[in-house]
Design a binder for this molecule. Structure first.
Ligand code: CTP
Length: 404
């Protein structure tokens, strides 16, 4: 691995594992430099890192070893990758809020390299709301996290909070820099929609559905893993952003329509797994509606059918829809396939105990326009199913290309 890795070590008992990490990175052929915070030095001396990295160790923003450069800027520019390991709740909080009060945090703000954060802390700290908020914010800002493992913690608790093993971190870094193999979707743009939409009634109420977004997120992850530039347009869900995917968060059907249309013309594949509301309140009240005597009614109007709109606009895009049904699933699926001018439709019977909203598993049947027939899949994990579905669609497409 011919890469320059800057390891930023912050103060926790897991600092000793960072020594092993630096040693293993150097053994794997990386050029490693280490920066430590004051608290990290309470656990291990800079000398250990100096020996393992065979480089100077940096601890003080104002200790300029080379008068020709400013050390923290020079190191920030030098690195191909910055790894914060172990990352304390403190450094995570500072980074999430743009604080630069020591050499590590200053360098983290100054670098344009990818920054990976490997947290290690007490399980209750890791589950603390402000820590979660900071981690989520950093996810949104594009930082990558190496999640801590579960197990015995130095503080005596058992739970999530152990720094991931150095061997595993080195593997992840090696994978990151391995030459991309020729993946089937390299150079292709895939747009996936996921989750429910929310149609507001007033500032505190909305109409929505039980979609969890799991199927769509799994499809986006699978498309990215197959090499596609992947855009995930998601309604409100409680799921982390899949690796390598660009996430666009939306709320209503109208916002989803706009986000999908602005990504449609240069897309190669569009997969609409979102459970889009068919109706929205005709009127959105700007103030909370007060209860009245007797029954109440909300007038609803139709939303735009996004998939149908795409079917009308489509040129070379492969358009994949979903049909969530409770009865006569295949028949309804076939109708939607032709009415919406789709290439494929993935039909699922949401009453099946192994399928539908919220479950980790799903049971679906794929229908194709170009290759008539039904392709049923057994119940399987949505993550697994997403891969198999994409592979099947790619196989059917290549069969069609070979025949024509
Ligand atoms: N869909 C859409 N825009 C809408 C409604 C649905 O793009 N306003 C898409 C969904 O993302 C899905 C497909 O249409 O890919 C089918 O959605 P589904 O709810 O099963 O069916 P509908 O077309 O809404 O038909 P019906 O409610 O009559 O079953």
């Amino acid at each position: 691995m011919n890469k320059k890795i800057l390891v930023c070590v912050t103060g926790g008992i897991a600092v000793y594992k960072a020594v092993a990490l630096v040693s293993k990175l150097a053994q794997a052929g990386a050029e490693v430099k280490v920066m430590m915070t004051e608290s990290a030095m309470e656990f291990v001396t800079p000398l250990s890192f100096q020996v393992m990295s065979r480089n100077d160790v940096y601890v003080d923003t104002f200790d300029e070893k080379d008068s020709r450069v400013i050390a923290h800027i020079d190191l920030a520019d030098w690195a191909d990758l910055v790894v914060v390991a172990p990352a304390t709740a403190n450094v995570i909080g500072k980074l999430a809020n743009g604080i630069a009060d020591n050499m590590v945090t200053t360098t983290l703000l100054a670098t344009t390299a990818e920054v990976w954060i490997a947290p290690a802390m007490n399980v209750h700290m890791y589950e603390n709301k402000s820590v979660i908020r900071n981690i989520n914010r950093l996810h949104e800002d594009g930082y990558r996290f190496i999640e801590p493992a579960e197990g015995f913690l130095a503080c005596g608790y058992v739970g999530k909070g152990r720094l991931e093993e150095p061997e595993k971190i080195v593997e992840l870094i090696k994978d990151r820099f391995s030459q991309p193999v020729n993946l089937p979707l390299t150079g292709k743009k895939v747009v996936v929609t996921a989750g429910p939409t929310r149609e507001r009634i007033d500032p505190v109420r909305y109409i929505s559905n039980f979609s969890s977004g799991k199927m769509g997120y799994s499809l986006a992850a699978a498309a990215a893993a197959l090499g596609a530039e992947t855009i995930l347009v998601s309604g409100p869900v409680e799921l982390p952003k899949p690796e390598g995917v660009q996430l666009i968060k939306v709320e209503s059907a109208a916002e989803m329509l706009e986000a999908v249309l602005s990504n449609f013309d240069d897309a190669d594949v569009v997969i609409k797994s979102a459970a889009v509301a068919d109706y929205r309140p005709k009127e959105q009240h700007s103030q909370k509606m007060k209860k009245q005597e007797g029954d109440s009614f909300i007038a609803l109007e139709r939303t735009t059918d996004i998939l149908k709109t795409l079917g009308e606009r489509k040129r070379n895009q492969i358009l994949v829809g979903f049909a969530a049904e409770t009865n006569d699933a295949i028949e309804y699926g076939k109708k939607k396939l032709s009415n919406k001018n789709l290439d494929y439709i993935i039909v699922n019977d949401v009453t099946d105990p192994d399928g539908g909203f919220g479950n980790d598993t799903n049971v679906v049947t794929l229908l194709s326009r170009k290759v008539p027939g039904t392709y049923p899949f057994e119940a399987m994990q949505k993550k697994e199913l997403a891969k198999v579905l994409l592979q099947t669609i790619l196989k059917l497409e290549s069969d069609v290309d070979n025949d024509s």
